[in-house]
Design a protein around this ligand. Structure first.
Ligand code: FAD
Length: 272
């Protein structure tokens, strides 16, 4: 089976910082492979072990994202493809998923495309399903267990809002896996050293089938982020001293002010 796995480089969570002036994420600090994508690589490798074939890791991002591809190769992926071009900058989910689907089409077709559940920075969990839609493939998300895999069918257990679901999906298809699929393997030192030297393929905008620049990067994005800011954390908790009616009245007023973002109007001293 020809398997692709998509992996993203994210800011290492303990080092993620915000630019207070611009309200954007500072992306030039320490970076790591998105933790959920280690499970995606693990799933791809386990499926390859059962069906045979090869696994190609894809990452869209700056040149530094090649580290993420090398991590996937150290775990056991056969090839790595970096999708990188200035034309892709500022991509939202729509443009990111379209770019990935174009790269997958350029190097495919693949029988199976594996995604992680979500990223720890963008966190939308939309890229996998969106790629499936761009490629016209069926997909399954929130996969907790790989029950059995063959070239004809991949049987899985997915978690849903009303309970778990056991189902099968026929390749060619897309799956998005969660942490339940099994612990990602830890590469041996020898594999890590070999991965450092492994040749990677680089795809730029010129290598993709769709040459319309309006479909990539900021131009191809349907959304614009106006501002990113940490959530309001408020003050330490305190006990209201008034009667039940007074307290209910205060809390209801504070909640309506907070709902409109008017935190300055809240007079906490009223609680004394
Ligand atoms: C309006 C807007 C503007 C943005 N502008 C920028 C910007 O200027 N610069 C910037 O860096 N980001 C930007 N982003 C964030 C960027 O769009 C997201 O990082 C990207 O869409 C992936 O979405 P996600 O992180 O939510 O992935 P999710 O949907 O949570 O990821 C699910 C899975 O998809 C796969 N995946 C996701 N992204 C990639 C990738 N890049 N390569 C390979 N596999 C992947 C992984 O398997 C992952 O587990 C912007 C987002 C928005 C909404």
């Amino acid at each position: 089976m020809k398997i692709a796995v998509c992996v993203k480089q994210v800011p290492a969570s303990q080092d993620a910082k915000m630019d207070p002036e611009r309200g954007t994420l500072i992306r030039d600090g320490a970076v790591a492979t998105n933790p959920y994508d280690l499970f995606a690589v693990e799933a791809a490798l386990r499926i390859r072990e059962q069906t045979g074939g090869e696994v190609t890791a894809f990452s869209m991002g700056p040149q530094s994202a090649e580290k993420t591809l090398r991590d996937a190769i150290a775990m056991g992926a056969d090839h790595g493809v970096l999708i990188s071009d200035r034309a892709f900058a500022g991509a939202d989910v729509l443009a990111t998923s379209y770019t990935l689907s174009q790269a997958l089409a350029a190097k495919g077709p693949f029988d199976l495309i594996v995604f992680g559940r979500q990223t720890t920075d963008g966190d939308t969990a939309q890229v996998g399903p969106a790629v499936a839609v761009h490629l016209g493939r069926p997909y399954l998300c929130w996969i907790q267990e790989l029950i059995g895999c063959s070239e004809e069918e991949i049987r899985v257990r997915c978690s849903g809002s009303r309970g778990d679901l056991e189902c099968g999906i026929r390749p060619p298809c897309v799956i998005c896996v969660d942490k339940g699929i099994g612990q990602p393997r830890i590469p041996a030192l020898k594999a890590k050293l070999a991965a450092k030297k492994a040749p990677l393929e680089c795809l730029s905008a010129a290598d993709l089938p769709d040459q319309d620049p309006m479909h990539y990067g900021l131009e191809g994005s349907a959304t614009r982020v106006e501002k990113i800011y940490p959530p309001y954390r408020g003050e330490k908790g305190f006990r209201l001293q008034g009667s039940m009616e007074e307290n209910a009245d205060r809390v209801s007023r504070w909640l309506s002010l907070a709902a409109n973002g008017e935190y300055e109007g809240i007079r906490w001293e009223e609680s004394m």
